[in-house]
Design a protein around this ligand. Structure first.
Ligand SMILES: Cc1cc2nc3c(=O)[nH]c(=O)nc-3n(C[C@H](O)[C@H](O)[C@H](O)COP(=O)(O)OP(=O)(O)OC[C@H]3O[C@@H](n4cnc5c(N)ncnc54)[C@H](O)[C@@H]3O)c2cc1C
Length: 375
């Protein structure tokens, strides 16, 4: 351990970005990860039979509004021009999602113009003063019919909670559009998929940096010298859950190779209550730079099932509310006291849902701070 200045716990996009920045400033860095592979939750692998790049922890599309993040990340991978769109399946029919002009016309069997649709939805929208929960927020935006068809069951399945109990803020990410624009990430200035896969992106970030897999922080802790540590794991686990576990939702993926699949796009949301999964992924549609991959009869498909989180399961979505925020802050203070030479980051260390670009931006900022503070 003597030869390293910095130890980075976690080889996800956050840890790998910090590692790259510190190494390029001349520091000696070791990255460890307890998993058997690099790249954390953006890990992807090439299915040998089909050549399809499978996103092992669910579909990942890189998208960002930030030139800084895009200029940085594209130094480490060639991205294709994939633009994400999604359909939602309801009663056996596919509708564009988020709800747009075409969704409205298809659902109601109308042929409204943008201006007419806006008026129509205004009439449908319920007058609710300060929506107190997800159901009220949705009804106040799109009315009860669209809420019940497209938003209610999907969200209840994902969070295993009733729409009347879930926070209104969950819906700020699903706007209604009165145009046919079907781009899922409408405000993204840049988006795409790394042509050689996400794991190669991470390998390129870690070029010339030592890393060890199948190694957890607790394995290495006894041999630490005075290294500065960047910890991107879960903070409650680090502190042996002394105040109880932070709340998360988990997922389970059922993956198979199928012939002549009816699915002709990367993601279909499953809006109905009698379908127990929330999304069906078909990964080949991300490889728009390889028509031979897309045009073959085989597809690798994953069905994404929401799952309860128990200690030891994969933590996917933090359940952020006042109580969990207070618990997180308590852990953060205790961890800072116990490990004065440790920085916390990444989606787990911050107990936040972060898209990849936000993880990269936070990693770039933290690296600068670390380099200043450890001069
Ligand atoms: C279902 C799903 C879909 C998503 N889709 C998108 C998308 O389309 N676009 C997008 O931009 N973002 C997406 N995201 C978000 C994206 O996954 C995150 O931004 C990204 O994974 C964050 O990287 P990270 O490095 O912070 O965390 P992680 O990728 O979780 O990396 C943390 C690493 O630390 C390791 N680790 C933890 N504890 C220890 C320990 N004690 N010792 C050793 N190693 C440890 C873990 O094994 C892991 O490899 C999605 C997230 C989910 C859940």
């Amino acid at each position: 351990m003597d030869k390293y200045d910095f130890l980075i716990i976690g080889s996800g996009i956050f840890g790998a970005t910090v590692a790259e920045r510190l190494k390029s400033a001349g520091k000696k860095v070791l990255v460890i990860d307890r998993r058997a592979h690099l790249a954390g939750n953006i890990y992807s692998y090439m299915d040998e039979k089909t050549g399809i790049e499978v996103h092992a922890y669910g579909s990942h599309i890189f998208h960002t509004e930030s030139d800084e993040v895009w200029d940085y990340i594209t130094k480490f991978a060639d991205f294709n021009d994939y633009v994400h769109t999604v359909h939602t399946r309801h009663d056996g029919k596919l509708y564009p999602m988020p709800i747009n002009l075409d969704t409205i016309n298809l659902f109601y069997g109308t042929n409204l113009s943008a201006a007419e649709a806006e008026k129509f939805i205004k009439q449908k929208a319920e007058k609710i003063d300060r929506p107190k929960n997800f159901a009220e927020q949705a009804k106040s935006l799109v009315g009860t019919e669209l809420f019940e068809a497209f938003l209610k069951n999907y969200t209840e399945k994902q969070w295993r909670d009733s729409a009347e109990h879930l926070p209104a803020a969950l819906l700020s990410r699903i706007p209604v559009r009165f145009s046919s624009d079907a781009r899922y990430f409408m405000s993204a200035k840049h988006q795409g998929i790394p042509k050689n896969g996400y794991t190669n992106l991470i390998k390129n970030l870690l070029k010339g940096i030592d890393y060890k897999l199948n190694t957890s922080f607790k394995d290495l802790e006894p041999s630490l010298k005075n290294q500065t540590i960047i910890y991107t794991g879960a903070i409650d686990e680090l502190m042996d859950y002394e105040f109880g576990a932070l709340p998360y939702r988990s997922l389970r993926f059922e993956t198979e190779t199928v012939e002549n699949s009816a699915q002709k796009e990367a993601v279909i949301n499953e809006a109905d209550a009698d379908v127990p999964y929330t999304r069906t992924h078909s990964y080949k549609y991300y490889q728009i730079h390889s028509p031979e991959i897309i045009n073959q009869p085989l597809s690798v498909i994953s069905r994404e099932y929401p799952a309860d989180f128990k200690i030891g399961a994969e933590a996917y979505y933090p359940v952020n509310n006042e109580d969990s925020e207070a618990l997180y802050q308590k852990y953060l203070s205790a961890a800072r006291e116990k490990y004065p030479n440790m920085y916390f980051g990444g989606r787990l260390g911050a107990f936040r849902y972060w898209d990849m670009d936000i993880a990269v931006k936070n990693a770039l900022d933290l690296s600068e701070k670390i380099l200043k503070e450890t001069k």
